[in-house]
Design a protein around this ligand. Sequence first.
Ligand SMILES: Cc1ncc(COP(=O)(O)O)c(C=O)c1O
Length: 386
Amino acid sequence: MNKSHTKNINKLKIQENRIRKLRTLSLGNKSNEFESSVNDKKKLIDLCSNDYLALSRDIDVISKAHEISITEGLGSGSSRFISGSRPIHSLLEKKLAGWLNQERVLLFPSGFQANIAAIQSLANRNSVVIADKLIHNSLLVGVKASSAKLIRFLHNDLDDLEKKLLKFKYTNKHIVVVIESLYSMEGSIAPIKQISELCKNHNAQLIVDEAHALGVLGQEGRGLSFNYRDSIDIISGTFGKSFGSGGAFLASNNLIGDYIIQTSGAFRYTTALSPSLAGGALKSLEIIQKNKDWGINLLKNSRLWKEEIQKSCDFKVIGDCQIISIIVGKEDEAVNLQKYLEKNGFLAIAIRPPTVPEGLSRIRLTIRKNLDRDILQRFLTVLKSY
Ligand SMILES: Cc1ncc(COP(=O)(O)O)c(C=O)c1O
């Protein structure tokens, strides 16, 4: 550990409440429950995981993961280029490409890696990446790794984006715009249609991270980019959220796909996605394809939660979809509310700076499948009594 590491840790220690502690949670008997390892194994309703469709505990998904781990191995044993490519990888890539109507899908062990690969495949030191102010950390790491210049535009602000596109239009710089479709902390939706049009008009390439939308939003859960896919260069998706598994993918045309295969360190120099997780993701895909109304029902239920929560507290409530945040303001207050909810049987996490700006600390709620009216009523009763 060098001097600056020690200085940073000491700084955090002074701000005691900024130190994040890892905590272990076991699963409760019901698909919505955790079991706390402290507090006498208290049962906690899950209002925070991104397992939106509760597929991580679906018996068919688990069985498929098990079956594939028997036939193709739990781990892949090496990278895709050595001996790690299994039939399940090719099958999942093919099925996803068909579902999303894309020429090529490539699997990655995580969305974090996939996002680094996405940026590095389009941007280099001669590029400018124009990114929404709220994009995920993995995309920022990708920009850094690409050596491109980074410019941020105000969240979902088309005028600001256009201003920035115009600024670089007549330079030699190649421009890449980076957005998410559903933002993980605000629960806000990007105006993808307009952004893709701006990119076309200003000769910029576009990357869309669909991590939180896939499986829930867009036509039959295909994500919000689906209708604009011809104007998007790379779509990134993860299996760690709605798919209830792990791993991720990039979808693109064949040319970009070939380029990623040949040049991306994040694709080449890593042990291939566990066949077991790929098997689970394939079963999740089949379930999502079969249950076309799940996403619609989840959004309906999420709207109800938002309206009822707004009626039950004085805090501002934001979020357009299944991610809803109660904006508490001060960090300590957000932590106090988290503790109060937990004492009363709900696990919902306080999100604080630096993840969100100072003064906008919040309780981030994820509305997931199987959160019925009874749970909502119990939550509202607790919230009103705070
Ligand atoms: C918007 C976004 N993109 C990418 C990722 C990374 O995905 P993964 O968890 O598969 O690494 C996350 C996960 O937190 C995310 O929220």
